[in-house]
Design a protein around this ligand. Sequence first.
Ligand code: F1P
Length: 597
Amino acid sequence: MSGSEWTCRLSSMHEWESPYYEPSLPVSEKSNPLTRDIDRASSGCIVRMLQACDSQMFLEEAGATYQRLMSDGVVETLMEVAKKVELILKDPRDSLVVLSGCGTSGRLAFLVTSAFNRALKELNQSPVYSYIIAGGDKALFSSQEAPEDDPKLGMLSLKEACEGKKRVLFIGISCGLSAPFVAGQLDLCLQNPQVYTPVLVGFNPTHQARDEPIPGCSFTFRSVVQRMEGLAKSQKAFLINPAVGPEAISGSSRMKGGSATKILLEVVLSAAHAAAFTHTPITQQGILQHMRAYEKTLEIPCAHNEGMSALLEAAGKSLQRGRRVCYLGWGSLGVLGLVDASECVPTFGADYEDVRGFISGGYNELKNNEGPLGPDFRISHEDFLHLVLPSLDDHDMVLLIYTQTDDVSDVEKLARRVREKTSNLHAVYHRVDGDTAATVQQDDINKLCLSSLRITWPSPASGLLQMQWELCTKLFLNALSTGAHVLKGKIYQNHMMDLQVTNSKLYCRATRLLQKLSGCPESKCEEALLKAVYKVDNLTVEITSSDISTHTHTARTRTKVVPLALVCLLTGCSLAEAELRLEQQPIVRDAVEACLS
Ligand code: F1P
């Protein structure tokens, strides 16, 4: 893309806010005009497009259609919620702050509760934060989409987490204001106001909350939100729902949705901690200052564009060859590596082995609710050394992710082991300007690596800096894994074609995508989707009379259902023929384009 074209794209930054732009879709599901042809872009251009999308998180409100992260109303609500947390921190008896969500939202709930419970421990205080993720701890590192559709499971897990508690601040996270699991939990809170105060975090305006009936329930997500809106006036419920713009890959809420979730939760909890433990009052200015520190964080990746596109290129090459990308991380950055890697499976239809994360200390470092998760979830560096390293060569990429506060000699040791098997070793690390600790080891690591992204931060290491390191690392990793899969040909325009159709949200998204790309009516698209899911050329009454949960359950074991359905729709061929076409042309984007031309 030329410079002028790119400028033109940037000027269309607000196009998605027009009421005429994809009017039937909520912001979180719209396609982003900035990335319309990301599938044809060079690695450098992909990096810039993703950064431009991320920067939409901090757009000014300026009479815009939607409220933003730093809009007055949002900041006010953040202050009110922080005050509720402060009260609990000052008198934690029989009280709890619960953070809950599905998929990425649950993973961030885990990351944030871990960080703030750690902060409490350092102050000799007992933990007050607890996380819930739909599908339990294995959902931290794998896609467990079905429990998202289960509001009863949400309620039960919340009841269980809060047993015996008299006061609970419940923070439910659903980027799309859509997950029935979270709707069930919010409903439970609304029915038991003497114990629970509900807070909802998401990134659509309330009128765009999902309104589809939830089987077995009298409420929808939207009706729950409406009840909360009524109570918000008297501060008995809180809604934090700025718009951050459509995702770079349509609907991929792990990206901006996840980043904005992390920002909002950390701003609230940091303000509450400062108020409770250092007598720093919760003010609008304080909240905005913290937000601006995150806004600045977004500039850091821009300063490393060249290094970033080289990394993306290397990862793309490994994936194109059917080889691996491995993240070896330390501390909370290691958790972000594990999370980013595991999300590639549902997001890009990737194989579990394509991108894998490992963390120093394994489950001891993680301290998750359920402890070690068994042989299917091996996450430590030792596991990497035993199970993965022996099979690596120069075509596999390994990325070290750490900060200067981690055990740098351990990083060096591991780097040497990796270097014996592959020269395709890279590093991303954070350091504070002027800190000369471990410089010699650091230089040695750099010599072992093909490329090193050294990110130097001006301020002394602090709690805030650690959160900035995390956000910056999340942005890097999301860009790396997304970009590498774009280069592999997994994306069509800015849509993920090969999505797994494993819950009702994804089922509806798949049908919509088929409509958009084939131009066929909804009913025909749903038919084609079901044929691909059930592997039949003719639908039986048994299939058509089953509910969506049966379809999504069946789809768990199927691959390429959306590409298959699309090829059938575009060519009128049988499923067997569509399968053959896709086998001959495994790059989904090219297969689709061949049918379209
Ligand atoms: C939850 C979620 C996403 C995931 C996928 C399926 O979405 O698990 O994290 O990437 O899109 O849904 P939400 O409830 O936060 O909107």
